[in-house]
Design a protein around this ligand. Structure first.
Ligand SMILES: Cc1cc2nc3c(=O)[nH]c(=O)nc-3n(C[C@H](O)[C@H](O)[C@H](O)COP(=O)(O)O)c2cc1C
Length: 490
């Protein structure tokens, strides 16, 4: 049995992939489509590949363990192929306004290590990113540590979460604004946003004015870096709504371009500083920056010390979505969005088009990506765009704005959930391999509602099962599905 996503996830996603080179067909691109949740389009690169091509590709695979099963991936991908008659040019446009700025698609580079010089950003823009929130510009002496990154891994999955101790741009601020000026001149249709951080109100104003003079479309205020060497900066500001109000109003007074404060998640309620930003005249909100964590692995320990570092990547997505929801669900911020185009830029663990969609459906009109680009490169934009376009086409949606806030009505209070009915898990004997993982979890973390005997066939005990579905989540083969919903027995 081939698990298509697992097998594609094994792929090392090589540079100048030997598999494609060996067979002359871009099979690496097809595998990448599967890896990034875009299996529906993998046929575009598998079509026309003969068995001999695929065998040559497998023979050339340099995986350290065993070659990727490319032939089987093709078979499985073709079964999920969609829109076979639709050329890419006929897929819907992803244009979406953000803070009244026309953006060719909602995908932006987040201010970070992925956008620290002209050449990097230019490459990303040419690859298809709609714009950049450039690495935070400041007038401070930034002295970074080495190493500065650390990753949380689990069961061989790289970067479940990512920790960094990086601060702001190490370039001089004059050099950074010159880079932004050149980017805007050479890519006039792309959206260039300067992220800034001042130490005094004068510095905030000076940097914001320089951003405007450089031709930037907007300025993002970094109120959220959680690991600054000096105190009173970054998230120290974002945690204090009065300071957020104070600095936002100063910048707002000084420039005409949209002002977008970036919120810290290291606070009880992000809505309070977001409201402070709104009352100070902000045009948009970016959220979230990284979550405070402790850097743990030995390899990242600097002089055998540990420190507070920012946590990002896949693991933070549900937390980011919750914070976004609290803002987009807030009546004052909702009204500001409708009447004043005060929009929210969603950030946190976005890796696939599906992740991005979740932010858009909660009300974001643009999304920013950092960790996934650090891990996989700018090329993930290909599947972000194509995957979202395909989803829209399949649903018959022609404008991306139709998806904005679509999921808000489906988020309810815990008190409004249906507690009178339940759904039993249902075991598909054809897929069950008898590993007993469902039994172990139900015994030790559930309601002892699964039996497992000599025949290695798990059985659900209806009188004990409460329908929690832990068994379904731990099943490695997807053999446990859902039965019909029914009233609970009283
Ligand atoms: C290495 C690194 C450097 C970062 N530098 C900045 C920065 O200079 N300014 C900023 O506002 N956010 C910075 N961030 C935070 C990201 O912009 C983003 O908010 C966060 O990583 C969450 O997104 P992600 O899960 O896609 O990485 C940085 C993040 C990382 C990992």
């Amino acid at each position: 049995m081939l698990h298509i996503n697992e097998e594609a996830a094994r792929c090392l996603l090589c540079e100048d992939a030997p598999c494609s080179k060996a067979c002359g067909k871009d099979v690496a691109r097809a595998i990448r489509a599967i890896r990034f949740d875009n299996t529906a389009n993998a046929w575009r690169w598998f079509d026309g590949c003969t068995d001999a091509d695929l065998q040559a590709a497998e023979n050339a695979c340099i995986h350290y363990d065993r070659p990727i099963r490319i032939k089987e991936l093709k078979e499985a991908a073709l079964q999920e192929a969609a829109l076979r008659d639709v050329p890419v040019e006929e897929l819907p446009s992803l244009e979406l306004n953000f803070c009244d700025i026309v953006c060719e698609n909602p995908f932006f580079l987040a201010s970070s290590a992925i956008c620290t010089n002209y050449e990097m950003v230019a490459r990303a823009l040419e690859a298809g990113w709609a714009g950049v929130f450039y690495k935070t510009i400041c007038k401070q002496d930034i002295r970074e540590v080495s190493p500065r990154f650390d990753a949380v891994q689990k069961d061989g999955t790289p970067f479940v979460g990512f920790r960094n101790m990086e601060q702001l741009s190490e370039n001089s601020y004059t050099m950074d604004f010159d880079i932004l000026r050149r980017l805007k001149q050479n890519y006039p249709k792309k959206i260039i946003v300067a992220s800034i951080m001042g130490q005094t109100e004068e510095e905030w104003i000076e940097l914001a004015k320089m951003a405007e003079q450089a031709g930037c479309d907007a300025v993002e205020l970094n109120f959220s870096c959680p690991q600054m060497r000096l105190t009173g900066l970054g998230s120290d500001i974002g945690q204090n709504p009065e300071l957020v109000l104070f600095y936002t109003s100063y910048v707002k007074e000084a420039v005409k371009i949209p002002v977008i404060p970036k919120m810290t998640p290291n606070i009880m309620s992000m809505t309070t500083p977001a409201l402070a930003s709104y009352f100070a005249g902000a045009h948009g909100i970016s959220a979230i920056n990284t979550i405070k964590s402790i850097t743990m692995s030995d390899s990242a320990a600097v002089s055998n010390k540990k420190t507070v570092s920012g946590y990002s990547g896949k693991a933070v997505k549900p937390i980011a979505l919750r914070m976004i929801y609290e803002m987009t669900g807030n009546p004052i911020l909702q009204k500001a969005g409708i009447e004043k185009h005060m929009d929210i830029s969603g950030i946190g663990g976005i890796e696939t088009w599906h992740d991005a969609l979740e932010f858009i459906q909660l009300g974001c009109r643009n999304v920013q990506v950092c960790t996934a680009v650090m891990q996989y490169g700018y090329r993930i934009i290909d599947d972000l765009i194509l995957g979202l376009q395909t989803y829209m086409k399949q649903r018959g949606i022609v404008e991306l704005k139709k998806l904005v806030k679509e999921e808000l009505p489906n988020i309810v209070l815990p008190s409004d959930l249906d507690r009178e009915t339940m759904v039993f898990p249902k075991i598909d004997r054809g897929k069950c391999i008898g590993c007993g993982r469902c039994y172990i979890s139900c015994q030790d973390g559930g309601h002892q509602a699964i039996t497992f005997g000599e025949d290695r066939q798990p059985k659900i005990v209806g009188t004990k099962c409460v329908g929690c579905h832990l068994c379904r989540l731990v099943c490695p083969t997807g053999a446990i599905g859902v039965a019909n919903r029914m009233p609970k027995k009283s």
